[in-house]
Write a protein that binds this ligand. Structure first.
Ligand SMILES: C[S@@+](CC[C@H](N)C(=O)[O-])C[C@H]1O[C@@H](n2cnc3c(N)ncnc32)[C@H](O)[C@@H]1O
Length: 246
């Protein structure tokens, strides 16, 4: 059986795949292009018609859901878009904010952040930062909402990432996450680990695993909604609050 790659190897490979997406507009994993683009956004429930977001930015959208559907933003909030990619959710969130409210998009793939910066010039409430979700360059209690669309599954040390999210959230702050979850029997992955990680598949958790992980990091209230089924995997939205239900 193939050996599971190290955390560092997974991150390097994920970064390479998403840098290819940024520079060539597409990236193949397991010989199939990564799901992306405006049609994907429509399928996930984004109404793209009223949004002033460029077509080039939509082309690089690679989310698994629509995490902002789950929560009403307050205009003064500080929002972190973790694994923001080209920053579609950052731009959508910025439309609901007013100074001092702002969004900071954080990603480990610098090439995608460059694109985010270029395409978001019409959204002055958006800021960008290179960084790893497992070691966030932010002070404790600073953030009202963390969103993560299709990025949590790519993080090999999920406990560490969730501890960082907990640390930066203010009491009463929210985590809105969209990703694939395991709902059935998964074939064991014996080869192509790196591709399976980049597809959000190898790093997917079950609802039970989310329960254990969230509890262990201090979250006492959350809800998980399935949004679509793909065999042993389902797209899901998770909303969690630091400090119990509102
Ligand atoms: C499937 S893409 C989704 C991008 C974006 N959220 C969207 O909806 O288009 C996943 C993103 O997560 C980023 N990512 C993966 N691991 C990360 C980590 N440890 N810290 C920060 N970003 C990460 C990748 O670079 C990539 O841009």
């Amino acid at each position: 059986m193939a050996k599971t790659p190290s955390h560092q190897k997974i991150k390097t490979y994920v970064r390479e795949v998403y840098a290819r997406l940024a520079t060539s507009g597409t990236a193949n994993v397991s010989h199939a292009p990564i799901a992306r683009g405006e049609d994907l956004a429509h399928a996930l429930g984004y109404d793209t018609s009223g949004l002033s977001i460029s077509k080039k930015a939509w082309d690089l959208f690679a989310g698994c859901g629509n995490p902002l559907q789950e929560i009403k933003l307050e205009p003064h909030w500080t929002v972190i878009d973790l694994g923001c990619g080209v920053g579609i959710d950052s731009q959508v969130a910025a439309l609901s904010l007013q100074p001092p409210g702002r969004v900071i998009g954080i990603d480990i793939t610098v090439a995608l952040l460059r694109q985010a910066k270029e395409y978001a010039s019409a959204h002055p409430g958006c800021h960008w930062m290179g960084g790893d979700a497992e070691q966030l360059p932010l002070r404790p209690g600073y953030v009202d909402l963390v969103i993560a669309n299709g990025s949590f599954n790519l993080m090999p040390q999920k406990g560490q990432a969730l501890a960082e999210i907990w640390r930066i959230l203010r009491p009463g702050g929210y985590l809105a996450l969209a990703d694939l979850i395991v709902v059935g029997e998964m074939e064991p992955i014996t080869e192509g680990f790196e591709d399976a990680w980049s597809w959000c598949v190898a790093g997917a958790l079950s609802a039970g695993e989310y329960d254990v992980l969230l509890k262990s990091k201090g979250f006492s209230w959350w809800e998980l909604k399935e949004k679509g089924n793909y065999g042993p995997l389902a797209a899901a939205h998770l909303l969690a609050r630091k400090g119990g239900k509102n």
